[in-house]
Design a protein. Structure first.
Length: 122
């Protein structure tokens, strides 16, 4: 059963300017995401991650109430498929949600990053 669907689109330039500030970079992304961005188009990669986090909270239906950006790590598997890793204290807000039932799709153009998240429950 689908619990929620969320989508978000962000301008890559907006994220590019924001991540120049160490405060925003450390608030919005955890170390795993920052490390994974090395050797990639960092601005585009992190913009996709940011859009995914926005799409996730929309799918939850809660917005960011009780959710910190760093509580969600948007990572890639060995084939490059994005997935969400739930970190820190967020698990207590996500009763009944299995990380394996959170589906993520991210696409980028030269100027935009878009993400869609589908959350399933039993």
């Amino acid at each position: 059963m689908i619990r929620g669907i969320g989508t978000d689109i962000v301008e890559i330039d907006r994220i590019s300017n924001a991540i120049k500030k160490e405060f925003f970079l450390k608030k919005a992304f955890n170390d795993s995401e920052i490390d994974m961005a090395v050797g990639r188009k960092k601005d585009s990669f992190l913009a996709g991650n940011f859009a995914t986090k926005e799409a996730f909270v929309k799918a939850l239906g809660t917005g960011f109430r009780g959710v910190e950006l760093k509580d969600l790590a948007v990572l890639r598997d060995e084939l490059g498929k994005p997935f969400i890793k739930i970190c820190n204290n967020l698990n207590r807000h996500l009763q009944g949600i299995d990380e394996n039932k959170i589906h993520v799709s991210i696409s980028n153009t030269d100027s935009l990053a878009i993400a869609m998240v589908v959350i399933e429950t039993d």
